[in-house]
Design a protein around this ligand. Sequence first.
Ligand code: PEP
Ligand code: MG
Length: 401
Amino acid sequence: MKIKNIILTKIFDSRGEPTLEVTLIAYDGTRGVAQVPSGKSRGSNEASVVPFDHAKRALAGFMPIMRRMNFASPMVFDKFLIARDATPDKHRLGGNLMLGLSFAFARAMAAEKKQELWELLEEYYFSTKSMASRPARPMIFSNLINGGVHAATNLAIQEYIAVAKPIGTPTEMVASVIELYREVGNAVRRRTKLRRLPLGDEGGYAIDFQSNIVPLEIIAASIKKLRFDNTFSLAIDAAASEFFKNNKYYFEDKQLSSAELAEVYGSYFHRIPSLMSVEDPCSENDAKGFGLVHARLSDAWIIGDDLTVTNADRIARYIDDGLITGVIIKPNQIGTLSETCEAIATAQKRGARVIVSHRSGETEDTAIIHIAKACAADAVKIGAPAHERLSKFNEYIRIFS
Ligand code: PEP
Ligand code: MG
């Protein structure tokens, strides 16, 4: 595919932070548009994010060369970007610019081939043979109560997640998530004098609680009340890098060691039987702590996010070391579509779980749902069914129905 023009637009994400939209126009006039999200609880090994003006200058610098080339595939295009940048953290071009270009290229190519984005991704990155035993549809991880740096409240744990299993039609599944979200809202409202509940960055309810386990108890009780026991489980994202300082976890007025924190999680999993998954239970600088949690919770999903940052080498190392059993995949942590798909394939080859995830600062871009379909992911993590996050829920319905 030959590129005629690229338009870079400064837009704003759901947190009001500036971000990028890329419109790529091919020679035959087909277009691909991509919007880049942004994270707040970022891993320190994520790809660099550069300001808009930097991205604009960087693009202008290689636009003439790019116009002269003919890119045969998304892989060839991404390789070109990676070579132009030539830095380990993508700070020359910016991981945000590279991701926008990478996705806009794939979208334009899909449009040229009259394909859905997921069909193109499946064709180029995921062989259908190895997918025979993979789930037909991902679970939905929906973050209903927000804490940590996503909310101005007293919760150390960042995300309290309802996990919808792929039972019934996609529309029925999303309707159940919405019903549960409302019921949890009623239960949370009864604990406050507020008529309108404050929401965190991902659309979950954001108030103070007596302790970090109470939100799990509330969601579990709401699931029971709605008789959703067979269709929902629970998960947490501790995002523990955010409350780890001087080798201690600052948790509910205490300073805990990794072993003590692993005991806290152990008690949560014991008291809440439907709890199935914990993401970033320890800091990105405490890989050993992940091992302790894994040993304590042998049946749970132990998921890396800040620890693994969608980087194939880190994912391979931490799965092979037995520290995690699954990974969060966030394309903007690594900066290109090809490297995102390589990270997924690395995890899947090792039998680890794959959860394709949004960021706290989101746009209406729905590419993550297409990635989840193409790779037959175990789950998508897309926040509460509200506001800008609904675009992901609705795309889930559209492409899985
Ligand atoms: C997360 O930690 O999983 C998350 C989605 O938050 P952020 O985008 O702020 O990293
Ligand atoms: Mg996380």
